[in-house]
Design a protein around this ligand. Sequence first.
Ligand SMILES: NC(=O)c1ccc[n+]([C@@H]2O[C@H](COP(=O)([O-])OP(=O)(O)OC[C@H]3O[C@@H](n4cnc5c(N)ncnc54)[C@H](OP(=O)(O)O)[C@@H]3O)[C@@H](O)[C@H]2O)c1
Length: 347
Amino acid sequence: VAKNVRVVVCGFGRVGRNFARLVEFKHRLVASRYSLTLDILGVAELNDSVLSTGPIPPSELVNYFEAHGNFLNYPRFGITGWEGIDIIREIKEADVLVETTPTDIQTGEPALSHIRAALSRGMHVVSANKGPFIRSYKILKSLADSKGVSLKFSAAAAAALPTLDVAQTCLAGAKIHTIEGILNGTSNFILSRMRTGDEDYEMALAEAQRLGIAESNPALDVEGYDTANKLALIANVAMEANILPEQINRVGIVNIVAGEVRQAAAEGKIMRLLGRAVVDKSNKVNACVAPQLLPMNHPLAGVDGSEKGITFTTDSMDRVTVAGGKSDPKGAAAAILKDILNIYRPS
Ligand SMILES: NC(=O)c1ccc[n+]([C@@H]2O[C@H](COP(=O)([O-])OP(=O)(O)OC[C@H]3O[C@@H](n4cnc5c(N)ncnc54)[C@H](OP(=O)(O)O)[C@@H]3O)[C@@H](O)[C@H]2O)c1
C-alpha cells in the first residue's frame, strides 16, 4: 500500500507548476517503485491561494492558474488574500513544504519565513530557492534536526545536476578539499558558441536569449553572480565553509573576446567560467569565480553548451566528477521530486 505524502507548494511559477505536472506524470512510477503517493493539498501564491483537506488534481491547479494567472476565483478551496505564510500556518496537517518562491539573495525572504514556519511545524522542506540557505543554512539545518525532519535544496544548487547529494551521500567519509564547478549553463553556452560557432560575445549572448537560455537581463549569469551563489551554497554544505557570495572574488565573461577563446582552443585549451573553492592548510575555504583555461584532459573540459558540471577532489576518494543535468524549470522540478523521494527512501 502506497504511503500518502501531503504536500504544500509555495510559489506557483515556472518551477512550482512544473513540479505539479511532474507529480501527475510520475504518479504510477512513484507508487510502484517508491510506494508513495504525493498529494498536493495546497498551493500558495502571492495574493490568493488554494487549500484543501484532500488531494487536488495537479493538472486542475496548473490549468486554472495558467488560464487565469492567479487563484482569485478558484472554484473550490480558493482563499482570497492568503499567501505562503498563511497556508503554512493554517494547514491542519502536511508532510512536505515545496518552496518555489522567487530568490532574494540578500534577505532570503519570503522563503526564509516559509521554511522556518514549516520546519517549526515539523514539516520536511524541499526548496528550489537559494536565498534562505546562503545566509541561514546552519540555523535552518539545526532547526530541522531539532524537529527530526529533512531539509533539502538540490534544485537550488544547480537544478538537475547532482551536487549536494554527491557531496553528502556518495562522498561520505571523504574530506573534500577542492570543488571546481561549471555552474552556470548560460555562460557555458556563450563560451561554447564563441569557440565553435565563429560568434563574438554579443552574438552568442543574443543566440542564448533567442533560445530562452539567457534572461533578457543576463547580468546574474554572465557576471558570475549565479556561479558565486551556487558555489557558496555547495561549499557551505560540502566543506562546512562559511562563505557569503559577496566575499567571493568574482570575474564574469563579459570582457572575453572570441579570438582569445579560439586561440586557446588552437593551443588545446578550453575557456570555461569556473567556480573554485579550496580548503587551505589552516582549514580556511578560499573561493573565486573567474574564466579559466582548462587543459583538454581536465574532467570539466568536455562540459559543453548549456550543460554544467562539478568536480570534487577528496583525500580518500580522489577526484570525482558529475556533469550534465537539465537546468531549466523542468530540471529543477525533477530535482524537487528526487529530494522528496529520497526523504522517504527506507534507510
Ligand atoms: N527557473 C529555473 O530554471 C530555476 C532553476 C533552479 C532554481 N530556481 C529557483 O526556483 C524558485 C522559483 O523559480 P521560478 O522560475 O519558478 O520563479 P517564478 O516563475 O517567478 O515563480 C515564483 C512564484 O512565486 C510567487 N510568489 C512570490 N511571493 C510569494 C509568496 N509570498 N507566497 C507565495 N507565492 C509567492 C510568484 O508570484 P508573483 O509572480 O506574483 O510574484 C511566482 O508566481 C526561485 O527561487 C528560483 O531561483 C529556478
